[in-house]
Design a protein around this ligand. Structure first.
Ligand SMILES: [Fe+2]
Ligand SMILES: [Fe+2]
Length: 487
């Protein structure tokens, strides 16, 4: 006895996503007239028309692991959550973040079959997102491609009945995961390198080189994300996190002044090694909370030379090594050559040395140290640095650096007139510096949680800004670590 086909009772968007995922698979193994293909096509079409009942455009996308239909979040219950996960993986494999389905005058089965054929073909392409964008140009179904991380503005109700825009920023999640991974890899590499050098074991340049290469790629994909990484602080492992942060900030500054990828690579590696010699200084001195005696200070001042000695022991091409050891040697020298190490005949500081001197200064000031448990705010740090501009630090490079860090550096907390708290996620150039992009921090039971991304430069129809900054705070005032929220 044959069973009557079961009627599909799932909500339209769930059926739409399920059939959207099923059809490319079925097409691979069955002919178009296969019963399963025909049935899935029917479900896909019916669910699309049900969704189009409310609006002729249906945008289905994944944002921070959640499914959205147009601007509404689709709750993913236990049964549906794995499907959302599969959709995310399916889209990620094609470098896209969703699909926009525009209701056409007529939607034939052939047109749908064609869409899934292209989706299957795209998986074989080197740049699947670009391929789909090209193939489906002006199609009724169009991919949401990772252009500027797919930012578009949607309205969100803040719970008080007031609608303010939030920004879609799909795509950053994957990059953030990648960035976090490369940071922890860098940490492991620099720790391992220090250990091996201390034990007199041979070390190779390959691992650090790969780490820096990854970061350079990250820098060219999303500079702000890499800058967010530099807000990572680890009090117990200060020297290692400091070295990586100085490398990141140096590479960002290098990019700002137009260095090539290869030059940024060399700069990043040499910045990563700038304090390698710190391990040769007695640990009690590094952790000392009171002022150094003259003898102690003399020992501390030796660390640039120790860094050079350690770099010389790394297995690398001589030409590369000679480039890597200069900025570690020079980073405390000062452009007026009044710092250390003292040399009988000193030459002017090199460009890389000048860059690392600035980024080293900034990261050291904005980190908590044994003698200064509360870090100095970025604003104060930049003011302190301005006082030694031209003597210790290069005037022009410092200006570029201040411009790069911005009025509201990444990680700054903002109190907004919308009764929201924001955390700056991106610094912008020019006039928009005063209205950065930030994440809204939502209050949850056990503290704060990252919420929507908003653009403070966004205005309503009358030209008024949706949100204004009332006050700003350094995250350490609230014991917050920006990297916990930004990455
Ligand atoms: Fe140093
Ligand atoms: Fe340093």
């Amino acid at each position: 006895m044959s069973q009557a086909p079961q009627k599909n009772t799932a909500p339209p968007v769930e059926s739409l996503v399920s059939s959207f995922l099923r059809l490319p698979q079925l097409q691979k193994i069955h002919q178009p007239n296969n019963k399963l293909v025909v049935e899935s096509l029917k479900v896909f079409k019916e669910s699309l028309f049900a969704v189009w009942e409310d609006s002729v455009t249906a945008t289905v996308r994944i944002h921070r692991g959640r499914l959205y239909l147009n601007s509404n979040r689709v709750p993913a219950g236990k049964g549906f959550a794995p499907t959302v996960g599969r959709l995310e993986a399916f889209l990620e494999a094609r470098n896209i973040f969703g699909f926009r389905f525009q209701k056409p005058d007529e939607l034939t089965d052939d047109t749908i079959v064609e869409l899934f054929r292209e989706l299957n073909l795209s998986a074989l392409e080197k740049e699947p997102g670009a391929y789909l964008e090209e193939k489906l140009r002006e199609n009724w179904a169009y991919p949401i491609v990772d252009k500027d991380f797919n930012i578009s503005v949607v309205m969100s109700d803040d719970g008080t009945g007031t609608s303010r825009p939030v920004v879609w920023n799909a795509g950053v999640r994957t990059l953030a995961l990648k960035a976090k991974k490369s940071y922890s890899r860098a940490l492991a590499v620099i720790t391992g390198l220090n250990e091996k050098l201390s034990e007199g074991q041979p070390v190779n340049i390959n691992k650090p080189r790969r780490v820096v290469q990854d970061m350079v790629e990250g820098l060219f994909q999303n500079e702000n994300l890499l800058m967010s990484l530099s807000t990572i602080r680890d009090y117990d492992d200060y020297t290692c996190t400091h070295s990586i942060n100085v490398a990141i900030l140096s590479m960002c500054l290098g990019k700002r002044i137009g260095l090539s990828k290869i030059q940024i690579m060399t700069l990043g590696l040499s910045a990563l090694f700038h304090d390698l010699g710190k391990v040769d200084i007695p640990v009690e001195l590094i952790r000392k909370t009171s002022k150094f005696t003259d003898d102690e200070y003399a020992l501390v001042k030796n660390h640039p030379l120790h860094s050079v000695m350690r770099i010389l022991r790394i297995n690398a091409e001589h030409t590369l090594k000679s480039k890597l050891l200069i900025s570690p040697y020079e980073h405390h020298l000062g452009v007026d050559l009044g710092g250390y190490p003292r040399a009988a005949k000193a030459s002017p500081m090199t460009l890389y040395g000048r860059i690392v001197a600035i980024t080293d200064h900034y990261d050291a000031l904005t980190s908590s140290r044994s003698y200064r448990p509360v870090p100095i705010s970025p604003e104060q740090a930049l003011n302190i640095m301005l006082q030694v501009s031209g003597s210790q630090l290069d005037q022009i490079l410092l200006k570029v650096f201040i411009n790069m860090i911005g009025i509201y550096p990444v990680g700054t907390l903002l109190l907004l007139d919308s009764h929201e708290i924001g955390m700056v996620s991106q610094t912008l150039a020019g006039a928009d510096q005063g209205r950065p992009m930030c994440y809204i921090l939502d209050f949850v039971d056990n503290g704060l949680q990252r919420g929507d991304l908003v653009d403070l430069a966004e205005r309503d129809g009358d030209g008024n800004f949706y949100r204004n900054i009332m006050r700003c705070f350094h995250p350490s005032e609230f014991g917050l670590n920006p990297s916990d929220y930004l990455l």
